[in-house]
Design a protein around this ligand. Sequence first.
Ligand code: ATP
Ligand code: MG
Length: 546
Amino acid sequence: MSKDLNDFIRSRIRADLDEGDLSDGIVTRFPPEPNGFLHIGHAKSICLNFGVTEEFGGSTYLRFDDTNPRKESENFVESIKSDVRWLGFDWKDKLTFASDYFDQLYSYAEQLINDGKAYVCSLTTDEIRNTRGTLLEPGSDSPYRDRSSEENLSLFRDMKAGKCEEGEHVLRAKIDMSSPNMNMRDPVLYRVIHASHHRTGDDWCIYPMYDFTHCICDALEGITHSLCTLEFENHRPLYDWVLENIDINYHPPQIEFSRLGLEYAVMSKRVITELVNRGYVEGWDDPRLYTIAGLRRRGVPSESIRNFCRRIGISKQDNLVETEYLDFCVREELEQDAPRGMAVIDPLRVIITNFDEEDEVLTAAWHPKNPELGNRHLTFGREIYIERADFEEIPPKKYKRLSPGAIVRLRYAYIIRCDEVIKDGNGEVVEIRATYFPDSKSGADTSGLKPKGVIHFISAANSIAAEIRCYEHLFISKVPNGDRLENELNPESVRIYSGLIERALFESDAKSFQFERNGYFFRDESTSRLVFNRTVTLRDKWKPTT
Ligand code: ATP
Ligand code: MG
């Protein structure tokens, strides 16, 4: 993955660097609103903004866009910082908040008022919406549009001083109510919000809008490339208008790229908030969500997220990426490093009737291709557990696992034969009685027997009980409709098993394991109970072309 990346943004940066007026390198920013946790879409933007300054030299701001105290909190700020760090990026001393600039933003607003370029409008929110016009029809001027600068200034100061109700007045830019671009039809710049802000407390009761704030913060921080997603393309004229109409000596270029869309994932924070608040998931870090915290708890390594973002690339094309692509990147990392071990997810007891001794200790490698990881011990004994799915009372043709009268090899151990099936009152199989062949030990097999299959097992004496969680997609459809969530949820998105794992896994310091034949699993660190989350299954159905 060391190949130089090339995309239209990097080409543009190279050209700008060649022109030679960027002696301190480039400056970018990642500007999250602290109203939720970050998700994989944000990771794309983080990898781009931090990635280009790593590649070309320069610095990246982590700037919180904290202009709506009703929805934002310190808790979200902390989660975002820890997620960015976990993804492997460092903002160094460039941690800022839009609220750091509230004073400056306010004086720029007064400047627009004094210059006759902004006015206090006293229409209600609905009236403003209804007089905005449509894509086909121009809007109509607000009756308050021609207030004098003095009156505007005095009203704006009243708004700031807390003398006005929410919705009573707003500050609007005076641009053009018949502009073909709806964003230019006298957009709101400031509104009254009587809510405590997580950083500025009750200092302010007016808050600037994103479109006014963002461009000014970019300019004040000397951002050389303001990279944002395509939905802001038609906000760009407003970005430029604000900077052209205030007294500021720097004007960054805004450059848009397409958002990441991922099948079976929702990327809207409004919808994720709803999933969390309505209890459809366990929290923002639910392993079924494509939030960074959820992916981490699921066991996805941060390298695989970075590789994924690198591979999907940057363009202006709308895209909907298959989840298998991400899974591929996850397996690629785990395959190299995750120790192997055995876990029985849904245990079925087997009694080896001709084995009466103490458990026999066996040795197995932690990793088939990575001898540096060394070996582990496991045992074989009279009472063992196999996977319920590895036994069929009436096997289909060519069945390779255990069935009455059939033989199968136990991984790292012996060949066994099923002699008897014990059922409970409901007819459910609860135990198998089997014999083992002492001369069939793995690696020293002189039995001449030829079992068709190999299955995993754990001896009772070597087992530790663990909760094992297997996840499927949270949603039924590839592109879930966030407005009717209750119809979109997959009722089988998580299956919880009372399983068993080898003692050696429990004692290991590793967090990610390959449970042989079952997939990659990760020790859930959010609970003191022993829980393993399935990160990804073993098989790739899919290979990338690049
Ligand atoms: P919302 O869900 O309310 O639209 P948001 O995802 O845009 O919010 P922000 O906190 O404003 O949330 O996002 C921070 C940055 O991440 C923005 O610059 C945004 O363009 C970028 N971003 C958000 N979603 C994606 C995505 N799916 N792909 C790429 N970048 C994204
Ligand atoms: Mg946003």
